[in-house]
Design a protein around this ligand. Structure first.
Ligand SMILES: Cc1cc2nc3c(=O)[nH]c(=O)nc-3n(C[C@H](O)[C@H](O)[C@H](O)COP(=O)(O)O)c2cc1C
Length: 199
């Protein structure tokens, strides 16, 4: 019998900001809602507040402590199982938050040969400078970044009290980005199956 779930793209949605009072979860829930409406994707919402990672790394060649292993155990397998990622990021000082860089740095093969889409938010620049910085970092991690980005400029004026943007153009942009992410996710998953990605 055919496995009806085989084509579903497991997509980790990572909320990058950890600030008290942050807006990030509103944006993550919105894009997670879009994924939930699709038959070809399934979202796993990873919140770096709920699954914090330490900022001190072990020496080269040494295993992390049991405590750190437990913290990584709440995140790393979920990244490893993902076929695709959506990173939800604000802009902090023209880049992305340190919490997100830390989560990227703790992992390596989990990103390899997988696609990453972005939903960004900020002031006038809509978090796009954060996204452009992420593209450079993710290239080093052998990930493939998606061309289309969903970005919210002056996001406070865009989202209603229902946690959704009032402009239907935002939903169109989300669909376009997720369509591209799905294309790459399915293509790369098949390519990894046929020939494991070698570094
Ligand atoms: C440390 C810090 C630096 C910021 N730098 C920028 C910036 O360079 N450009 C921008 O558009 N917004 C900037 N902002 C405003 C954030 O985009 C805004 O506060 C947003 O809500 C942050 O996301 P969060 O609420 O999920 O933490 C900055 C905010 C913080 C806390």
């Amino acid at each position: 019998m055919a496995d009806s779930t085989a084509d579903i793209l497991r997509t980790a949605v990572i909320t990058g900001s950890t600030r008290d009072g942050r807006f990030g979860p509103v944006v993550a829930d919105w894009i997670g809602g879009h994924i939930a409406q699709r038959e070809d994707m399934k979202a796993d919402l990873i919140d770096l507040v709920e699954t914090p990672l330490p900022t001190v790394f072990p020496p080269f060649g040494q295993a992390p402590s049991d405590e750190v292993k437990a913290q990584l155990g709440a995140v790393s397998p979920r990244l490893g199982q993902a076929d695709a990622f959506v990173i939800v990021t604000p802009e902090y000082n023209h880049s992305f938050p340190a919490s997100l860089k830390n989560a990227l740095d703790w992992h390596n093969e989990q990103w390899h040969a997988k696609p990453v889409g972005f939903v960004s938010y900020g002031g006038l620049a809509g978090g796009l400078r954060a996204v452009e910085h992420l593209r450079v970092v993710l290239a080093e991690l052998h990930a493939v970044t998606i061309r289309n980005t969903v970005s919210f400029h002056n996001y406070g004026e865009v989202f209603g009290v229902d946690g959704k943007p009032s402009d239907p153009g935002c939903d169109i942009a989300a669909k376009a980005m997720l369509d591209q992410l799905t294309w790459w996710g399915q293509a790369l998953r098949e390519a990894r199956r046929v020939s494991p990605y070698a570094v």
